[in-house]
Write a protein that binds this ligand. Structure first.
Ligand code: MN
Length: 229
């Protein structure tokens, strides 16, 4: 009889309007999915196929948490994003079918060590340390698509210490939710419990120790976290 050496905990996200918890399997992210953000990052938003990176499932941070300032960065950036929660797995999903694989939606923050990312881009090195670090994925409750539908428009915003930094619209997404889910499933077998951060509008910027970050998406939810002093 084999025994597990350690107990590991499955990260979860609360489901709004119930006591259910959504168990997180993987966290995928789309890069540069709003034209104005692609431009502020020095890229040309040319509708080249979306590209993806990932974060570990346990990078999840619950709404209201206080996050210690990450190690080894002097430029921690906020990126507010629409997060898609996958409820039904599959691969090579068509865009027409993609929404039937979606369980619900949340507002998330793709925290980024921008200094390390800039170095990695320059050197052609991977993004793991700039994107996939501990506590890099704050997320609101998940709202079931059965309750709120599939949002295609609405304001997506983020404020630091009450001052608006990002103020975009979901309709500005270069790759829509069905397109981004379909394309992701060409590379990975999607599983129930997967999350997809769909990219951030323009206005990303640094946060400091003691800052309060709040963001939200119309018709979905809000997320607020604090960077520890
Ligand atoms: Mn992002």
């Amino acid at each position: 009889m084999s025994r597990l050496l350690f107990e590991t905990k499955t990260p979860t996200v609360p489901v709004a309007g119930s006591t259910d918890l959504f168990p997180v399997h993987r966290i995928y992210c789309v890069g540069q999915n709003y034209a104005a953000h692609a431009r502020e990052m020095g890229s040309d938003p040319d509708r080249a196929p979306p590209f993806y990176f990932s974060k570990p499932a346990d990078a999840i941070v619950q709404n209201g948490a206080r996050i210690p300032f990450p190690l080894h960065t002097s430029e921690l950036h906020h990126e507010i994003e629409l997060v898609v929660a996958i409820g039904k797995g599959g691969c090579e999903i068509s865009a027409i079918d993609a929404l039937s694989h979606v369980y619900g939606y949340a507002a998330g923050i793709d925290l980024t060590r921008r200094d390390l990312q800039a170095q990695a881009k320059k050197a052609g090195k991977p993004w793991d340390t700039s994107k996939g670090f501990d506590r890099s994925a704050p997320i609101s409750r998940i709202h079931r698509a059965a309750d709120i539908g599939h949002p295609e428009k609405g304001r997506i915003w983020l404020a630091v210490n009450g001052k608006i930094r990002q103020d975009g619209k979901l309709e500005e997404l270069i790759w829509t939710v069905p397109e981004a889910v379909a394309e992701l499933s060409m590379y990975f077998e999607l599983r129930p419990g997967d999350l997809l951060f769909t990219g951030t509008p323009s206005g990303v910027g640094p946060v400091q120790r003691g800052d309060r970050i709040a963001g939200g998406i119309d018709g979905i939810d809000e997320i607020a976290v604090e960077i520890a002093a």
